[in-house]
Ligand binder design. Structure first.
Ligand code: ATP
Length: 229
């Protein structure tokens, strides 16, 4: 569960990125986080991953109190999260399979666990036949699936996807969103940051809309009519 209680974030240069955010995301939810450029979406993600600390307010992430967390506990907190970055961040010289092995070894998984989990995750994302290819031998949509597989491989309780359909055509975007929906149905909480109005409208999910560092709406389905978003 994620809980923001009256969170403020001001950066060192004085920019007030968040101005009193309160929200709760329960285990098992699928949530879209939307808002114009500069509204504070990335700041929210960075607070959840403990890349930045709140200036004020209380923040809980999957049982960890981020106001009091010790630095040595941060890696354990992060293991409860699978983050999918806009630019994939795959290791170009390694095969898809080895990218996933690398992510699992980093948390000390055994060879047996690694083999079993990677087979499962690759099938889930539909890439079981392409495990031996390198990232540059895959399409953009396939690379995004690898990024999703890597986020999932250590079985996090929550997946956070930052603009997962950013560079994809509408059909590929729809497929990625359907994959995230399937992952959610299998029990993982999913938080998707996106600008894609059509996609958000197509999936009847909870939508949290941010503008200028504040939540302007939070509800199921449909979408805001604000053309600036
Ligand atoms: N490291 C930083 N130092 C100072 N100001 C920052 C920093 N990071 C973000 N900001 C500012 O904080 C505000 C919120 O930025 P944020 O990156 O959270 O927005 P966003 O909604 O994710 O935007 P985008 O959709 O363009 O990625 C903006 O005014 C931005 O310029």
């Amino acid at each position: 569960m994620i809980r923001f209680i009256d969170i403020y974030k001001a950066y060192d240069n004085g920019t007030k990125a968040l101005k009193g955010i309160s929200m709760r995301i329960d285990d098992g939810e699928f949530v879209f986080l939307v808002g114009p450029s500069g509204s504070g979406k990335s700041t929210i993600i960075k607070l959840i991953t403990a890349e930045v600390a709140p200036t004020d307010g209380r923040l809980m992430v999957n049982g960890y109190n981020l106001n009091t967390i010790r630095p040595r506990q941060v890696p354990y907190m992060r293991r409860t999260l699978g983050v999918i970055f806009q630019d994939f961040r795959l290791i170009e010289k390694k095969s898809i399979y080895d990218n996933l092995v690398f992510a699992m070894r980093a948390v000390g998984a055994s060879p047996r666990e690694i083999k079993k989990r990677i087979a499962y995750v690759l099938e889930l994302v539909g890439l079981d036949t392409k495990a031996d290819r390198r990232p540059d031998e895959l399409s953009g949509g396939e690379q995004q699936r690898v990024a999703i597989a890597r986020a999932l491989v250590n079985n996090p309780s929550m997946i956070i996807a930052d603009e997962p359909t950013g560079n994809l055509d509408p059909q590929r975007s729809l497929e990625i969103m359907m994959l995230l929906e399937k992952i959610n149905e299998l029990g993982t909480t999913v938080l998707v940051v996106t600008h894609e109005k059509e996609l958000v409208n197509r999936f009847a999910k909870r939508v949290i809309a941010i503008e200028n560092g504040r939540i302007i709406s939070d509800g199921m389905g449909g979408y805001y009519d604000n053309e600036t978003i």
